[in-house]
Design a protein around this ligand. Sequence first.
Ligand code: DC
Length: 222
Amino acid sequence: MNVHKVITIDGPSASGKSILSVSLSKYLKWFVLDSGVLYRIIAFLFLKHKCNFSQEHYIYILDKLENYFIYQDGYINCLTYRDIKHVDLMSHQVTSVSSKLATIAYIRNVLLFKQRLFLRKPGLIASGRDMGTVVFPNAILKFFLQSTLITRVHRRMCDFNNLGINISFNDLYNTMKKRDYRDINRKYSALKPANNAIIINSDNMTFFELLNYVISYVNKFI
Ligand code: DC
């Protein structure tokens, strides 16, 4: 594995990883990988093809994965995915199935190699749950974002309002609580900070404070 020039940003859902990764990638002019999107595309295909939780169907959807994303301007996000709308990837069903599929060792192992292929020069910002612990253990800099569930639910409500997705605060709160539990307690690649991660609690930070804080570290190390 190539060991240089990866910065990882891990954390629970709606902790601000994606927006931080994209902003940092623009600042450094590096590639960006939002690994959660890969799990979401797999879940989308799983539902589209009416799959069941069997090895045969995992192979089937993982084979199709590559057809669904394209590289664009060195910047990879949901908007660059063929045939799939961002709003579809964010749906309640896709979110719930992606969290279940993410507990399956076979799927994680296949994705492990696919995710490493995103590493290219001049560098990669990789965000997810296990970027610093499993996928890129030799990253030069690792961040782990934390914030309370209630703050994250408020943030996700705003995202959903912008996308026109209707969900009650309580339903979202309970769904995210369940997902947190699954992410933290799963057997493979559970959500946790890498030993050498810089842990940031962003509850009382504006996004720009968070970005500046991260950039101040990046400037010391890169
Ligand atoms: O970050 P997200 O909410 O878009 O992620 C969707 C699901 O994928 C989430 O329930 C956990 C899973 N996931 C994971 O297990 N490992 C990653 N590196 C990224 C996401």
